[in-house]
Design a protein around this ligand. Structure first.
Ligand code: NAD
Length: 269
């Protein structure tokens, strides 16, 4: 997600600094960006010169200290609450006092993340969709203390990245995952009960509902661990057993069958 966000920001002319914890992860991110830009050029959606210029807008570094001069920081580290909290606390001490700290979290409370900083009014959710260069939406999540000025700034930053921002308030799963993940979970329950094969479940939702991708293939794309994590957040945050994760989802995550990233999920890759 981080490389996708860096790419769309760079394509909009922003100076981008991409940081990670290891050089190999940065190299992987930069090669994803270069591959994606090449594809856009080959499809005629971007000129070679614009792609080269966008790639040159991205500088890299290991560690958060490289972000000290940034106006907007968009965090896209793993969906682990304690890691987000400690990272935001560190960002708060490193970044300029007027910098905006945004999180790409899929489900962790923005207000809770903000409470680990001394600038909760400048902390906000910027939830990009996967794959970032293709998907139009940025879900903008306002924490309890996020100021109107920061929401407006983030909306215009998202628009300048060519995205369509839509706002909501901080609530478990926000809007996108509160609606999407229970649908995926239901598809897993139907598969587990043997109601239909995976390809039939996905085909029915694609052909019948005009979804571009079926729910089980989408679970594989998102990562089954992430889907499980979000179902757990919905279950505990909304205190309703209708959000209990499907037993098969729990079992597959336990076996390390996480979807595309592990080579197997509901399909093999
Ligand atoms: N995968 C999706 O479909 C998707 C969609 C929307 C939002 N998200 C959210 O985006 C975030 C990232 O998800 P992902 O799938 O890209 O995860 P990922 O595990 O693929 O990438 C996370 C990156 O963060 C790096 N990282 C870890 N700790 C760090 C630190 N302290 N400082 C800097 N970098 C660090 C890792 O090395 C890794 O390169 C999560 O919050 C996730 O919920 C994911």
């Amino acid at each position: 997600m981080g490389s996708g966000i860096a790419q769309v920001a760079a394509c909009s002319g922003m100076d981008v600094t991409l940081v990670d914890v290891e050089k190999s992860f940065i190299d992987r991110g930069m090669s994803t960006i270069s591959g994606s830009l090449e594809k856009l050029v080959s499809k005629g959606r971007m000129t070679e010169e614009d792609a080269t210029a966008a790639f040159a807008q991205v500088s890299t570094g290991i560690g958060l200290s490289h972000l000290s001069g940034c106006d907007l920081v968009i965090e896209a580290i793993p969906e682990v609450p304690e890691l987000k909290f400690s990272t935001f606390s560190e960002l708060d001490s490193i970044c300029k006092p007027d910098a905006i700290l945004a999180s790409n979290t899929s489900s962790i409370s923005i207000s809770e993340i903000a409470s680990h900083t001394n600038r909760p009014e400048r902390v906000i959710g910027m939830h990009f969709m996967n794959p970032v260069p293709i998907m139009q939406l940025v879900e903008v999540i306002n924490g309890e203390e996020t100021s109107r000025e920061i929401t407006d700034s983030v909306i215009s930053a998202a628009e300048s990245m060519g995205k369509i921002p839509l706002s909501c308030r901080d609530s478990p799963g926000f809007i996108s995952n509160r609606i999407l993940c229970p649908m995926i979970n239901e598809a897993i329950l139907a598969f587990q009960e043997g109601v239909a094969q995976a390809s039939a479940i996905d085909g029915i939702m694609k052909l019948g509902m005009n979804h571009p991708i079926g729910p089980l293939a989408l679970a594989d794309l998102i990562g089954l661990d992430t889907v499980l994590h979000i179902m757990n957040v919905l279950h505990s945050g909304l205190s309703d057993d209708k959000y209990l994760p499907a037993p098969l989802l729990v079992e597959m995550v336990g076996q390390g069958r996480l979807g595309r990233k592990s080579g197997s999920g509901f399909y093999d890759y």
